[in-house]
Design a protein around this ligand. Sequence first.
Ligand SMILES: [Zn+2]
Length: 291
Amino acid sequence: MKNKSILRVIFVVLILGTYSVSCRQTHADSGEQSRISSLSAGQEDTSVKVKSAGREKASVPEILSRKQIPVLCYHRIRPWTASDGRIARDNVIHPGLFKAHMRTLSDSGYHSILPDQLLDHLEYGDALPDKPVIITFDDGSIGQYDVGVPTLESQGFRGVFFIMTIATGRKGYMSATQLREMSDRGHLIASHTWDHHSVLEYDSAAWKVQLSGSVQTLEGITGKPVRYFAYPFGLWSPVSFPYLRASGMRGAFILATKRDSTDPLMTLRRINVPGYWNEKTMLQNLKRSFR
Ligand SMILES: [Zn+2]
């Protein structure tokens, strides 16, 4: 296992030494993307099934053929203020409406699952509960603790909290103690970088600070390994994949853009839920985006 990790790191260093990571492409830049994808994909053989811990891992085509599981993304949970413009309202949901969303999911028969269940399903075909959904929260603002956690728990749900660690303990954000408590209660704490810069801007030193640094901080807080990542602004590039895998990430979440065809686990789709979707609209969009 240790040897495998070392080999993986060496491989990543080789790739990144050859191909500068100053690449500023986005997911829309598909020609360049597929070229780099095929390079970075080499560390995890995507064309054949591989054995892992005695179990047969699904190939990429198999993973892509499985039904997508809905993943919701919320940001701030608080009332709108007069200064909240349209863009802010994409990321701010009233506590009452958030509660209605969760009640509606529960009344419609949805069961929240955590990313390990999703990955076990995608990679090994493990069964999931009926109508699975993953409920995620980005950035780490305080309403997620004050309103989000008790609301989730009142419906028997567990959430996934992607934290930008620079803000932990700051005014308006959750503290380390609160994150620890949430983790102890069965919610998942995961990385959303150190200071929320887009990964498209990182060189290898920045990856160290933004990913390894944030993962270390969070692992120190929760006492559990961090295996999941959410790209700031949902912006990603295949150049990111080797860094993410070398840091032990099992999966990485984007927003509603198309998955990468060679590494769907590093581009797990979510939909952002704006604060102006009522519960019916939320449910319609969830069904439409993940059919
Ligand atoms: Zn964010």
